[in-house]
Ligand binder design. Structure first.
Ligand code: TYD
Length: 223
C-alpha cells in the first residue's frame, strides 16, 4: 500500500484500536502488543492523543481543563497537530522499517468525537485529515460494548484527565452509534470485536483476528 506523503511502499502493518471510553480497548491493545512481540514481530504500541513527546504535550492541552477551554474547531486543530507529529516521528518510521504499529485511537476517534458526537464537523475533520495526515490504518479493531456499560466503566476511573470522561449517557450512545457507522463506511478495514465478557475471552477474539490478518499478509502473492 502506498503512503501518500512519503511516496514509498509500506511494508509494515498499521493496526488501530477504537471504541467508546471504557470499552477495554487499551487493555486489549497492550495484550496484543505482548502477544505479537512474543511471536518475534517488531511491534510499537502507542496511543492518541499523544504517542510522541510533542504530541503528549498537546495531549495535556487538550485533556486538562474545562469542557469549554477550546472551541470544537480549535480542538480538531489540536488533535490533528498532535497526530501529525505522531505520524511523522513514530508511526511512519515504524512502518517504513517493516514494523507493526498498534495504536490506541487514531483518526476514527476524531471522525466520531469531533465529527458527529461532540460537534457536527465531519467535513472539517475529513478535509484536515486529507491535507495533513493522509494515512489510514490497515486494520481497525472496534471494541464494542453496550454504551451504558462503557459509561459505568469509564466513570469508575476518572482521574486528572477528566475532561473527556464526564460524558453523559446520551453522548456515550452518540459515540457508540458513530463508531458503528464507521464500520459501514469502511467495511474492509474496520472489524467489530465484541468487548463483552472476561478480558481473556475478549483477547481470544482479538488474537484470532490478528492471526488471520497477519497470515493473509504473509501469504505469498500470486505472480
Ligand atoms: P484516552 O485518554 O485515550 O481515553 P480512553 O482511555 O477512553 O481511550 O482519550 C482521551 C479522550 O480523547 C477520549 O475521551 C476520546 C477523546 N478523543 C477525541 O475526542 N478525539 C480524538 O481524535 C482522539 C484521539 C481522542
Amino acid at each position: 500500500m502506498k503512503d501518500r506523503f512519503s511516496g514509498g511502499y509500506r511494508l509494515g502493518l498499521f493496526i488501530t484500536f477504537e471504541g467508546c471510553d471504557g470499552s477495554g480497548k487499551s487493555t486489549q491493545a497492550r495484550m496484543l502488543k505482548a502477544y505479537l512481540t512474543e511471536q518475534g514481530h517488531d511491534v510499537v504500541h502507542t496511543r492518541e492523543p499523544g504517542g510522541s513527546p510533542g504530541a503528549e504535550e498537546i495531549r495535556g492541552l487538550i485533556l486538562n481543563g474545562d469542557m469549554d477551554r477550546w472551541s470544537p474547531e480549535t480542538e480538531i486543530l489540536l488533535f490533528t497537530a498532535a497526530r501529525r507529529d505522531h505520524v511523522e516521528r513514530v508511526i511512519r518510521p515504524t512502518l517504513a522499517r517493516g514494523g507493526i504499529v498498534i495504536c490506541d485511537r487514531f483518526a476514527d476517534s476524531t471522525r466520531v468525537y469531533q465529527g458527529v458526537a461532540r460537534a457536527d464537523l465531519r467535513p472539517v475533520v475529513d478535509q484536515l485529515h486529507e491535507l495533513m495526515i493522509g494515512i489510514e490504518p490497515d486494520h481497525t479493531f472496534l471494541l464494542d460494548i453496550d454504551p451504558d456499560e462503557s459509561l459505568n466503566r469509564g466513570l469508575q476511573r476518572i482521574g486528572a484527565e477528566e475532561r473527556f470522561e464526564s460524558f453523559g449517557a446520551d453522548l456515550q450512545r452518540a459515540i457508540h452509534a458513530g463508531f458503528s457507522r464507521l464500520e459501514d463506511e469502511f467495511p474492509e478495514r474496520v472489524h467489530r470485536v465484541s468487548g463483552e465478557g472476561e478480558i481473556d475471552e475478549v483477547f481470544e477474539r482479538v488474537r484470532a483476528l490478528a492471526d488471520s490478518i497477519i497470515s493473509a499478509k504473509s501469504a505469498p502473492t500470486p505472480n
